[in-house]
Design a protein around this ligand. Structure first.
Ligand SMILES: Nc1ncnc2c1ncn2[C@@H]1O[C@H](COP(=O)(O)OP(=O)(O)OP(=O)(O)O)[C@@H](O)[C@H]1O
Ligand code: SF4
Ligand SMILES: [Mg+2]
Length: 398
């Protein structure tokens, strides 16, 4: 399917105002003393055959979105529609067929493999659970999927510890795909792999998507990975979606101040680009999802708000994810996103914020001595050393 075809594809998944709050247990009596608002009022669709990238800092709620939409955990609120059926409150036998059609690939497949089971048996597990085919048919299906993911027939008799990281991820992919799902949530499937292996596994996922017409929700820290595999990208911040756009457009013209800051920190290999880039460093830590900021959740760290003299609305009214005029494939959760459409105003404000960041970085460096800059190819957005790790003064460098 072409990108244009995917863009106009009908939705396979529709998520409306999804929330997932976990109880916060504490005190001597181990009672519920609060709630972790891991996902709060998130809406998006995933179109048939597309890859929707989901990117954000650690703890922003990416895995929780994936697990909740697969109904591995019950949502606190909102609605999940899969292929036209509202599955939000389905359970037991009614949910069973949908479970088969929605699978997940984990970052660490080793953790989900039984160390005492031969991998042929592990791959067949889902077939047994869902009663798909006779024993012979199941063996045939396992053999076929193993071949498709690049495993040898004799691997079926081996145990998980006998495989490398990349091979284990191929086993994880085989376990998910043997059930012939429609949707696969890929939860950081290459983050734990060596860079050289990452590309092979990504190419495998892409090939399998084309062969089987799969739809992916692809979760990642690394903006570089997301850019290359996604048709559209959603950027999450503290339990909500800050920006959702066509992947190419997102990278060309990010419109949310958070995304602009994130992309300003993606390592670039060209020395000239490195010299001319306008890097915006966000101040402060990501607030706690137990007690998130009022209004716009990003307001405590927002450089645009500072440039606009701190409008009160940012603190009092949560911005909804909305389409911006002239950018029909682009949704942004910012009251003032129009100020960031390409033009003199955008350039001036980005320049001013980059200058503030640069002055701050220089004074920090003078105070603490020289630091080692992350290598230009150290992995992208949140990946690699030094990317968005709060430093000792609580400044998150993105
Ligand atoms: N079962 C749980 N009980 C309580 N809190 C939870 C639970 N699962 C997740 N959380 C909290 O919810 C928030 C979102 O977690 P989640 O794992 O979805 O983030 P993430 O974006 O996937 O992070 P990472 O990139 O580190 O995988 C975090 O604050 C996390 O501590
Ligand atoms: S609504 Fe205000 S605080 Fe939030 S991103 Fe926009 S300018 Fe920043
Ligand atoms: Mg996660």
């Amino acid at each position: 399917m072409t990108i244009a075809g995917k863009a106009s594809g009908s939705p396979l998944v529709e998520v409306e105002s999804l929330s997932q709050f976990f109880p916060l247990i504490g005190g001597v009596l181990q009672r519920t003393i609060g709630q972790v608002k891991a996902v709060d009022d998130v809406s998006f669709t995933i179109r048939r055959g597309e890859t929707l990238g989901l990117v954000g800092e650690s703890g922003c709620g990416k895995t929780t979105v994936g697990r909740t939409l697969l109904r591995l955990i019950d949502p606190t609120g909102g609605k999940i529609v899969f292929d036209g059926t509202d599955i939000t409150n389905l359970s037991g036998r009614k949910l069973g067929p949908f479970r088969r059609r929605m699978q997940i690939i984990f970052q660490d497949p080793y953790a989900s493999l039984d160390p005492r089971a031969q991998i042929g048996s592990s791959i067949a597990e889902g077939l047994r659970v869902h009663g798909m085919g006779s024993a012979q048919e199941q063996r045939n299906r396992v053999a076929r999927i193993m071949e498709l993911v690049g495993l040898q027939p004799y691997h079926a008799r081996r145990y998980p510890h006998e495989f490398s990281g990349g091979q284990r991820q191929r086993i994880g992919i085989a376990r998910a795909l043997v059930l012939e799902p429609d949707l696969v949530v890929c939860d950081e499937p290459v983050s734990a792999l060596d860079v050289s292996i990452q590309a092979q596994v990504l190419n495998l996922l892409r090939g399998l998507q084309q062969e089987f017409g799969l739809t992916y929700l692809f979760v990642a820290h690394n903006m570089g990975v997301v850019e290359h595999i996604s048709d559209r990208v959603a950027v999450m911040y503290l339990g909500g979606i800050a920006e959702l756009a066509d992947a190419k457009e997102m990278y060309r013209v990010p419109l949310h101040p958070y995304t602009i800051a994130l992309l300003s920190a993606v390592p670039v290999s060209s020395p000239r680009e490195r010299d001319t880039r306008k890097r915006i460093i966000l101040m402060g830590d990501v607030p706690s999802p137990v007690n998130p900021p009022s209004g716009c959740r990003f307001h405590t760290r927002c450089w645009l708000r500072t440039q606009l003299d701190n409008p009160e609305r940012c603190e009092t009214e949560r911005p909804e994810l909305r389409v911006i005029e002239d950018f029909p494939d682009h949704q942004v959760a910012c009251h003032f996103a129009e100020r960031l459409v390409p033009g003199a105003d955008r350039d001036r404000m980005i320049d001013a914020s980059a200058q503030v960041s640069s002055a701050r970085a220089t004074s920090d460096e003078e105070a603490s001595g020289p630091t080692t800059a992350p290598a230009p190819d150290s992995g992208g957005l949140f990946g690699g050393q030094g990317a968005d790790v709060p430093d000792e003064e609580g400044q998150a460098r993105v």
